[in-house]
Write a protein that binds this ligand. Structure first.
Ligand code: NAD
Ligand code: GLY
Length: 359
């Protein structure tokens, strides 16, 4: 087992990474009181809830099964967590355990931030995306009908327990979606890791246990460093959004129904790299290798044909990074070096979008 630390002073916490960690007492170790509520969904609970409950024997422990899907990441579902806590008489020393992907993790984290003004919570992420991204760093939220992740809080967990064995049941598309976020770390700040990914992407797609552990560990090291330096995204944490401005536009234009988030980020990272090259920042010679890596990870390289350049600009203007009306993007200066910038003209962006959009 590898142990990393997210360094946030009094709110620092460990990330444990290894094979078959569930049922080994790590969750129990981080529960300080006598009560716990394990929150999951039916798909995940069928596979992994028994192992988790086994290690919580002796505690006053309850479980709550949420409906599966991003459409249930709402205030209404959040309220069912509060109801369960209140109905079972959970007090301020209770601990919430999030057993699931990013949807469960984001909701349980936000519930923990709010219940009785803040209780402990532990992340037990079960998708690759949650293991390398959403479970680390304390962004918690639910969606509003007018915007994704618009209601939330920064609230750090007490521990993140990453059992790579759970990835054996993950659908292949979900694995690829998680790999998009893994590749992101290489692109924005870790050239050596990017080169390792180029050499090991086939092993990762085959779910080789050692390769997965290495990729998750490197991703978490990178994420933990970024979060430690900029917990509430006043600056460099925004680099973690490489490809996300293009990707969110794709998700919104297709009503969140065509691609998974990671797939949209995959195409979005290719677009960010191509636009960086069009501006003369990134060496154009790097583009074919990036395309090959994303393709080998099972990710799309180009946006859906139905989205026009005008659609992109309209949707990208609504991004959370836009502060003064000018679109801000994470762009690449080199492989392993990213910047958040408004330093490009609308004409240049439009010319790039026109060059790739078919509609
Ligand atoms: P998800 O939680 O919806 O999980 C994807 C699917 O996989 C679900 O159907 C789930 O039931 C299933 N599943 C999960 N683990 C499984 C397993 N081990 N075996 C079989 N099936 C399994 O999706 P996700 O990609 O994990 O998370 C997406 C969410 O994460 C979005 O809401 C996004 O906003 C959020 N997110 C948050 C952050 C953050 O920093 N907090 C970062 C990135 C994404
Ligand atoms: N997933 C982006 C962040 O945590 O900041």
């Amino acid at each position: 087992m590898r142990t990393l630390q997210v360094e946030l002073g009094q709110r620092s916490y460990p990330i444990y990474i290894g094979e078959s960690l569930l049922g080994e007492g790590l969750i129990r170790r981080h529960i300080k009181g006598k009560q716990a509520l394990v929150v999951s969904n039916q798909v995940i609970a069928d596979h992994y809830l028994p192992q988790v409950l086994e290690e919580l024997e002796g505690l006053e422990c309850h479980t709550l099964i949420l409906p599966d899907g991003e459409q249930y990441k709402t205030l209404d579902t959040l309220n069912t967590i509060f109801s369960a806590l209140l109905e079972h008489g959970h007090n301020r020393s209770t601990t919430l355990v999030a057993l699931g992907g990013g949807v469960v993790g984001d909701m349980v984290g936000f519930a923990a931030a709010c219940y009785q003004r803040g209780v402990d919570f532990i992340q037990v992420p079960t998708t690759l995306l949650a293991q390398v991204d959403s479970s680390v760093g304390g962004k918690t939220a639910v969606n509003h009908s007018l915007g994704k992740n618009m209601i939330g809080a920064f609230y750090q967990p007490n521990a993140v327990i990453i059992d790579t064995q759970v990835l054996t049941t993950l659908p292949q598309r979900e694995l690829s979606a998680g790999l998009a976020e893994v590749i992101k770390y290489g692109l924005i700040r870790d050239q050596e890791f990017y080169q390792w990914l180029e050499q090991n992407i086939a092993l990762l797609m085959q779910r080789d246990a050692q390769a997965l552990i290495h990729a998750i560990e490197q991703s978490c090291i990178n994420k933990a460093q970024v979060v430690a330096e900029d917990e509430t995204e006043q600056g460099n944490r925004a680099l973690l959004n490489l490809g996300h401005t293009f990707g969110h536009a794709i998700e919104t234009a297709t009503n969140y129904s065509l691609w998974l988030h990671g797939e949209a980020v995959g195409a979005g990272m290719m677009m960010a790299a191509e636009f960086s090259a069009a501006l003369g920042w990134l060496d154009k010679g790097q583009l074919p290798a990036l395309a090959a890596l994303l393709e080998a990870a099972g990710l799309p390289l180009t946006p859906p044909a139905e989205i026009s350049a005008e659609d992109f600009v309209t949707l990208m203007s609504r991004d959370k990074k836009v502060l003064t009306g000018q679109i801000r993007l994470v762009l690449l200066k080199a492989i392993g070096e990213a910047v958040v910038t408004e330093n490009f003209s609308n004409e240049a962006l439009m010319a790039y979008l026109n060059s790739i959009c078919e509609a």
